[in-house]
Every structure is written in structure tokens, then in C-alpha cells.
Design a protein around this ligand. Structure first.
Ligand code: ZN
Length: 151
């Protein structure tokens, strides 16, 4: 890029600090170097030059760049799906551990509270539920529907 000894004056003019703005305007009309410099200063102020100087992606890299984005978009649901399964497995494992602890903490010869039935109900239309404690400590639950009996 060519330079002109008046570029500093043009810069001052651009910043509104020129001692002789009319002379600078006249010089800009004559000097292509200072005109270009002045437009560059305008571009910088507008943020255009900044975007032009941003690293550009060469043509051969562009396809890879785009496929990388596409791959990233395609991968996203698979990752979250896997993440969901991992989360579900963790919850399941936590529940299993909790149950194992509950059975470990209660002596085998004492009834575990959780197996005692507090209430039985059904949302199934026309079905009734009843339960019968038996002598061996187990409980039989009867769900009575119109036709079939489900145990
Ligand atoms: Zn000049």
C-alpha cells in the first residue's frame, strides 16, 4: 500500500481534529492514497474492516467446515439420547442400591414395612381390588374385572 506524508493529517481530519479541514478535503480530492486511507478509517469505524480482516476460510476447507457443522448437528441428538440413557441407568442403579440397602438394613425375620399394603386402588373402569393377607406373611392382591380375574 502506498503511503502519503499527509496521512496523519487525514487521520486528524477524520477524528475532527484537523487544523485546516478545508485543505484536507482538497487534498483528499487530489490524493488517491489519502482517499483510500480515509475510507479505510471509515471502514474501521463501521466495523467493516474488522470483519474483512477476520480469518477467512479457504475454499477447500469450506466443505470440511460445513460438513463439520452438519456432523455436529447430527451428533447432537445421539449424544443427548446416550446421555439420557446413561442418566436413566444411573437412576435405576440408585434405586436398586436403595432397595438393596433397605433389605440389608432390615433383619430377614422382621417384616419389611414397604411390603405392607397401605392402600390398593385401580383406575381401571369396572374393576375392584381387594387383598388377603395369608398366614405365611405374603399378601394376595385380587383385581376383579367384569370377566377375568387377575392376580
Ligand atoms: Zn495524501
Amino acid at each position: 500500500m502506498k503511503t502519503c506524508r499527509h496521512q496523519n493529517t487525514v487521520e486528524a481530519f477524520f477524528d475532527g481534529e484537523a487544523k485546516d479541514p478545508e485543505w484536507v478535503e482538497a487534498h483528499l480530492a487530489d490524493c488517491a492514497v489519502c482517499r483510500e486511507y480515509h475510507s479505510l478509517l471509515s471502514a474501521v469505524r463501521n466495523g467493516i474492516a474488522a470483519s474483512r480482516q477476520a480469518p477467512s476460510i479457504a475454499e477447500p476447507q469450506f466443505d470440511l467446515f460445513m460438513s463439520g457443522i452438519a456432523e455436529g448437528i447430527e451428533r447432537q441428538p445421539r449424544y443427548s439420547f446416550r446421555g439420557l440413557w446413561a442418566y436413566t441407568s444411573l437412576v435405576t442403579a440408585a434405586i436398586l442400591v436403595g432397595l438393596a440397602l433397605a433389605f440389608t438394613l432390615f433383619p430377614a425375620n422382621r417384616p419389611v414395612e414397604a411390603t405392607e399394603i397401605q392402600a390398593v386402588y385401580t383406575d381401571y373402569d369396572g374393576a375392584t381390588v381387594d387383598w388377603y393377607p395369608s398366614d405365611d406373611g405374603s399378601t394376595t392382591i385380587w383385581i376383579k374385572t367384569a370377566g377375568d380375574d387377575l392376580e
